[in-house]
Design a protein around this ligand. Structure first.
Ligand code: FNR
Length: 383
């Protein structure tokens, strides 16, 4: 019965786009509104984090190795193109461009939710273009926790994916009048998918952040890697509100925890750590909440300094959606390729400035936590 339930969920998602917004595709609305709202990404909790500058602490840029391990695979670059789209003609164009850029720059890349193609195989090309234009790259498949095991495995096969992202988006579903209202089957689905998946599974949020409690629950389900995807960038409460005339849930804009706060909450909390309410210098990457869970970060990452801050707070790699979509839209594939190559150089340079030869070394640098983020982390007991 769980299979039938899941299929109904997938179908439900599709009918929504037809009934809620006649004549326009939900995926196209998301792209358009994510771009419209992009200006709001200017200030966020990454601005509450500041490195202590040490004038004699820097090393040669050429000595920096910014490689990282994600899902058991070594990546040369510690940031990636996070999940966005698929399922429409416009989405196919974007996926093709992102795949070409990923291939040209050596970045890992995630597909958007593949539910549309699971329901209607005619839409598969809007996703498989990701693999066609990036044959050798690291690719994440992407489904929600509503799908059953066979649908999840189908999504992986469709892209010959290296890993599978399962997105958790309860806050987004609630804002959609026809969205799912029953989230209780999610843990069971996640557990079954993790058991059956031939590739590593990453459970991610979609911009609302992931608490340490959630990470612990996921670890008990066998999940070994999470992307906390916090508040501060793309806001699906705002986006879904903007798609309809009645903004009943307008007040949910800004729901959730910032990416910085999520990472702080996942830091090891032992007495040897030098973390206190105003400064953080963590020693281990995996966090106190679930010692064997690898942590990825995304949500509101605007520039290479945000990448370095997230790595310093324990992320093994950092995902970017909204900003890369904006750059692609404004400057095309060549522009996004140049932007990403610039980020690669700048992340390396910033690591040299901070005296970090490796991503692990960043965790011994001195990072001040100020403002709202310091206050919130105190309330969460991150001290
Ligand atoms: C997304 N995101 C997303 N995530 C997911 O797991 N499946 C999906 O289908 C989508 N779709 C999607 C469409 C668009 C247009 C955007 C901008 C984003 C969420 C994304 O992966 C990420 O978690 C959040 O956007 C937060 O990161 P940024 O955008 O602040 O960098």
């Amino acid at each position: 019965t769980s299979g039938r339930f899941s299929a109904a969920q997938v179908n439900n998602e599709t009918s929504r786009s037809q009934t809620v917004s006649p004549g326009s595709n939900r995926k196209d609305d998301h792209i358009r509104l994510a771009l419209d709202e992009y200006g709001d990404m200017r200030r966020n909790a990454f601005d509450d984090l500041a490195f202590v500058h040490h004038s004699l602490g820097s090393i040669a840029v050429e000595d920096v190795d910014m490689s990282t391990q994600v899902c058991g695979v070594e990546w040369d670059v510690p940031f990636y193109i996070n999940a966005m789209t698929g399922g429409s003609a416009k989405a196919e164009q974007i996926n093709t461009s992102l795949a070409r850029v990923a291939s040209a720059t050596g970045l890992a890349m995630a597909s958007g939710s593949q539910h549309a193609a699971i329901r209607d195989p005619r839409l598969e090309p809007t996703f498989t273009t990701i693999r066609e234009h990036n044959a050798a790259g690291f690719v994440f498949a992407n489904v929600g926790a509503t799908v059953d095991v066979s649908q999840a495995l189908h999504a992986v096969e469709m892209l010959h994916a290296n890993a599978l992202q399962i997105h958790l988006n309860a806050a987004q579903e609630l804002v959609m009048p026809e969205g799912s209202r029953d989230f209780e089957s999610w843990p069971q689905h996640i557990k079954q998918i993790v058991e059956a998946s031939p590739v590593p599974v990453v459970v991610k949020e979609v911009g609302f952040g992931m608490s340490a409690q959630t990470v612990r629950q996921l670890a008990q389900m066998g999940v070994r890697c999470v992307d906390v995807s916090g508040r501060g960038g793309t806001d699906f409460a705002r986006i879904e509100n903007a798609r309809r005339q009645e903004h009943e849930y307008g007040y949910l804009a800004g729901w959730g925890q910032s990416t910085a706060l999520c990472l702080l909450e996942l830091l090891p909390n032992d007495s040897e750590s030098t973390v206190d309410s105003q400064s953080a210098a963590n020693t281990e990457s995996t966090g106190g909440a679930a010692a064997h869970t690898q942590v990825l970060a995304s949500g509101g990452v605007r520039n290479p300094l945000d990448v370095v801050k997230a790595l310093t707070l324990g992320a093994e790699a950092v995902g970017v959606s909204g900003h890369f979509l904006h750059v692609l839209n404004a400057t095309g594939e060549d522009g996004l390729t140049a932007e990403i190559n610039g980020w690669k150089e700048q992340v390396r340079s910033l690591m040299a400035l901070l005296g970090a030869r490796t991503v692990a070394d960043l965790r011994h640098t001195d990072l001040l936590v100020t403002g709202t983020t310091a206050e919130e982390s105190r309330l969460l007991g991150v001290a």
